[in-house]
Design a protein around this ligand. Structure first.
Ligand SMILES: Nc1ncnc2c1ncn2[C@@H]1O[C@H](COP(=O)(O)OP(=O)(O)O)[C@@H](O)[C@H]1O
Ligand SMILES: [Mg+2]
Length: 166
């Protein structure tokens, strides 16, 4: 099974993917680590201090893989059986990102991105996944998010409504 997990930084992708990969015994790929290690980028953006992912190279890397979990901001570039989009109330983003040495500006950028559903919208528009799960993690423990994902994988429709602009 091919599973991709996307969402704004701080939504819990890495945490949830780790638990899920153990439960399902699937190899796990963190996309930002993978992009560096396998040089799946176009260039280094010094202004943003980040590699610019090459979608073609990323797809090529996963081309022959039939069983995996890939998690990261651009996970929706990778064709999968199931795409999981994690959401969180933007008010929670600062505490979710507290352990990182992000600047205040970068934290605020991510808060805004989540508020306006930047990643979720792009993921839904561009995804070639057979199914999409959309999950609000705000009031759930990582284990509970994983349990909901397992229900989704089992066939239950999981597409939660969120509106952070209300
Ligand atoms: N459902 C959750 N509830 C509360 N805290 C969470 C939840 N999921 C993740 N966290 C915490 O939020 C922080 C960011 O999680 P992480 O998995 O690194 O997010 P991402 O990979 O999407 O950037 C971590 O400190 C993690 O322990
Ligand atoms: Mg992460």
């Amino acid at each position: 099974m091919k599973i991709t997990i996307t969402g704004t930084p701080g939504t819990g992708k890495t945490t949830v993917a780790n638990i899920l990969s153990k439960k399902l015994n699937l190899p796990l790929f963190n996309i930002s680590e993978l992009v560096k290690k396998e040089k799946l980028y176009i260039e280094f953006d010094s202004e943003r201090n980040a590699f610019v992912v090459d979608p073609e190279k990323l797809r090529e890397f996963f081309h022959n893989k039939k069983h995996f979990i890939a998690e990261g901001l651009v996970a929706h570039y990778i064709p999968s059986d199931i795409l999981i989009i994690l959401r969180v109330n933007p008010k929670k983003i600062p505490e979710r990102l507290a352990e990182r040495n992000y600047t205040e500006e970068k934290v605020r950028e991510n808060e805004e991105a989540e508020k306006f559903a930047v990643i979720a919208t792009e993921a839904i528009e561009k995804s070639k996944a057979k199914r999409i799960l959309h999950i609000d993690t705000t009031k759930r423990k990582p284990e509970d998010v994983v349990n909901l994902i397992l229900e989704g994988i089992g066939g239950k429709e999981v597409f939660e409504e969120v509106d952070w602009l209300e």
